[in-house]
Design a binder for this molecule. Sequence first.
Ligand code: ADP
Ligand code: TRP
Length: 327
Amino acid sequence: MSTILSGIQPSGLLHIGNYFGAIRQHVALQEEAGAHFYFIADYHALTSQRDPAKMRELVWETAVTYLACGLDPEKAVLFRQSDVPEVTEIAWLLATVTGMGLLERAHSYKDKVNNNIKPSVGLFTYPILMAADILAYDSTLVPVGKDQVQHVEMAQDMAGYFNGAYGDVFQRPEMRLEKSEAMQKVPGLDGQKMSKSYGNDIWIFEQGKRLKTQCGKIVTDSRPPEEPKDPAELFVFDLLALFLPADELVDWQNKVREGGESAPGYGHLKMRLKDAMEDYFADARARREEYLAHPEKVEAVLQAGAAKARECAQRVRDRALLACGLR
Ligand code: ADP
Ligand code: TRP
């Protein structure tokens, strides 16, 4: 039986790139047989977020977003990473068998240092905590985006080092990458990969005037509507493809390719995108409103999730302590 686990950092309001690249896949996986653990990686977020009020708000928003987007607490365990302190204990055990060299090779750490971020020890050991997250629940499958592949490989390595030293303690996890390139790299308003750190993102629950303004900012060129164009060169079509029915998408693509009188202008396409996005997330938006009106329901889900997650993490921690002679 598989145990599926993934985590997401509460480092900003979740955007449509996060939705198509991560959340949607997580929600779909809950239908597969096995156990499902999804958590809000608040300990990891501490490596970049130092405003306590903001932290609280973002942890909350991340939980609400998952629930609103369809995560079913009856099928999947949703919890806060920091509600399972055993994870930090397991992280220590893994740290004692992990060489500095492994961590020094981490791309995401090197990228941050190259971008002049002064690294804390926590940032350097980030992959150890992530390995503990994965190994604490005997996870067999970890769905992640491309940027996290190396971290999961490190978790596999660390499980191997520990098991090599102390016997069969940790389950080796496998990873699952989103297959479709379109889902892995949703473009932002400027055509680069959508990311909160580029400021080109659209919040999943954006609507009305603000969404209209944001869609209006999608970068296009100054060619007139009548001029025939290749839709594959216009990234607004990559966004439209996520939200429009296939036949409608083909229709717009044909019109743009042919040009002439009936071809839509960019403004027209952007407004169609705005309406389609609003419709796509309408049910999720309504569920979010319900949770906002009943915050106690969200807290109850997180508490129940933490209890289930802890039970499992305690078992794995005890197994690890026993194996290395600490019990
Ligand atoms: P951000 O780049 O906005 O900081 P994160 O790095 O926190 O986003 O990513 C959280 C999850 O969302 C990861 O699984 C990542 O692969 C996915 N993700 C982020 N941006 C995109 C995007 N533009 N397209 C597809 N998936 C994305
Ligand atoms: N590092 C992941 C990210 O930034 C979040 C994360 C923390 C995670 N622990 C994890 C993902 C364990 C998968 C499994 O997206």
